[in-house]
Design a binder for this molecule. Structure first.
Ligand SMILES: NC(=O)c1ccc[n+]([C@@H]2O[C@H](COP(=O)([O-])OP(=O)(O)OC[C@H]3O[C@@H](n4cnc5c(N)ncnc54)[C@H](O)[C@@H]3O)[C@@H](O)[C@H]2O)c1
Length: 441
């Protein structure tokens, strides 16, 4: 049998051993999707602390239950390790490592490169390597493949390569990794068939496309679409506010149209590891071929301005009360980038913190999902702990700034006890009493 036929048979009878590299927000749910249908996985990560916690049966991500890890360990279907030499034990290696931007906002594919080097060092005939990290079209072929081929093995003959973007929506109970269709592109027909077959076991639907580049571009299109549409409503929020119109009421009315409109919501700025970052992978690529992505640039400009707009609104609201920002006590409610999750990456709350701090505000924060202020790559943050929102604390603040609409916050109490509530999420929409204290921003 050829290497292709051998691997196909292992996938078909579910004896193929999986290797998931990068055990974060994407890697762990992916393991679950495969564990549920009977595949065993070796989980690789460079972070020894994470591996130690997994070995103890613990989860380090709030919406990923500890029970999952305990179950996998008990059934011996999961082996977490930092030992990258063990990558040769996996028949199919799925790469879920970070793809951030560097300081000059260019793609940082160094995590993909280092993973590629780990794999190349132990690559053996009959392995399938699938990149899942979000990245620009061409990364699998031009960055990952040459590193893997340094092993001396030939892609499409000895080993197989595919790209399949992750579409995880952390904290969304309606969509688990297995419930989301998965786009798959292969470096060649056999690679596509192997990846397609493998994912078909774990996800509701597999969508094969003609190349890795199409699959890579699909993911970037999805995230760019979100970034641009969020920028559109952010810009309209500012305009409608000047006209005395509430943008959230307008959106609620518009979304009653049963076709041709999808609701996006304004906020204090973009957050997360995807929407503020991925479109710029495409801009970078466009610059390389002498083109510009004007929509992406404009959206980026509008979205990065939003924290400044919010601070301006806070300044205006305090001014109406005869107070300056300097010396005012401001509590930021919500440091996470997304509702009900514990992920602070790229959250605009940190930008708000910095802008208000430079203006002399006396700052605190409250986030039930982030008990201790995390260290951030691009922001200076002091050692703070999340404040409990007692009536006394709420009443002691000059401004309660709602930056994230976590469901755990008691909005009626926030408005009742607070002096001034600046709401960037329309989180207080159902609060009946004390509405004169609410300023939308
Ligand atoms: N989080 C999401 O909702 C989401 C959704 C879709 C796509 N993505 C994409 O998936 C990728 C992973 O994102 P994430 O949110 O899971 O990141 P994460 O930071 O939660 O997890 C990545 C893990 O990779 C580990 N790691 C880094 N370098 C490594 C290496 N060389 N070898 C082994 N492990 C390494 C890190 O220690 C970390 O545990 C990114 O490209 C991201 O853009 C994320």
């Amino acid at each position: 049998m050829s290497t292709y036929e051998t691997l196909l048979a292992k996938i078909e009878n579910k004896t193929a051993k999986l290797g998931v590299v990068g055990l974060g927000y994407v890697g762990l749910p992916l393991i679950r999707a495969f564990a549920n249908v009977g595949f065993s996985t070796i989980g690789y990560d460079v972070d020894q602390k994470k591996i130690d916690r997994l070995l103890k049966g613990e989860s380090y991500i709030a919406h990923i239950p500890t029970e999952w890890i305990k179950e996998w360990l008990a059934s011996r279907t999961f082996a977490p390790t930092t030992d990258m030499l063990r990558l040769n034990e996996a028949d199919a290696i799925l790469i879920c490592v970070p793809t951030p931007l560097n300081d000059s906002r260019d793609p940082d594919v160094s995590y993909i490169e280092s993973t590629g080097r780990y794999i190349a060092a132990v690559l053996r005939p009959g392995q399938l390597v699938v990149l899942e990290s979000t990245t620009y079209p061409g990364t699998t072929r031009d960055v990952l493949l040459p590193i893997l081929e340094k092993s001396g093995l030939r892609a499409g003959v000895d080993f197989f390569v595919a790209y399949s973007p992750e579409r995880e929506d952390p904290g969304n109970p309606n969509y688990t990794a297995s419930g989301i269709p998965k786009v798959v592109g292969g470096m060649d027909a056999n690679s596509l068939e192997l990846a397609h077959k493998l994912y078909s076991f774990a996800v509701v639907k597999t969508v094969p496309v003609s190349s890795c580049e199409v699959a890579e571009a699909t993911k970037i299109l999805e995230n760019t679409y979100r970034a641009v549409n969020i920028a559109l409503v952010n810009e309209l929020k500012i305009l409608f506010d000047k006209m005395g119109l509430d943008v959230w009421e307008v959106i609620d009315a518009a979304k009653t149209k049963p076709f041709g409109y999808q609701a996006f919501y304004p906020g204090p700025g973009l957050g997360g590891h995807c929407i503020p970052i991925d479109p710029f992978y495409l801009s970078w690529l466009a610059r390389k071929v002498g083109l510009t992505t004007r929509f992406i640039e404009v959206a980026g400009e509008i979205n990065t301005h939003m924290p400044h707009y919010v601070v301006e609104k806070i300044g205006d609201a305090l001014n109406d009360l005869g107070k300056p920002i300097r010396g005012s006590k401001i509590c930021i409610l919500g440091m996470a980038y997304k509702r009900d999750v514990d992920d602070p990456r790229e959250s605009p709350s940190f930008e708000l913190y910095e802008l208000l701090s430079t203006r002399g505000a006396v700052l605190s924060y409250s986030d039930p999902h982030i008990p201790v202020m995390p260290r951030m790559r691009h922001h200076e943050v002091p050692d703070l702990r999340s404040q409990e929102l007692t009536p006394t604390f709420l009443a002691s603040q000059d401004v309660l700034l709602i930056a994230m609409d976590h469901t755990a916050f008691d909005y009626a109490a926030i408005v009742k006890h607070g002096k001034l509530v600046v709401d960037t999420r329309n989180a207080t929409k159902n609060v009946k009493e004390g509405r004169e204290k609410i300023k939308k921003a």
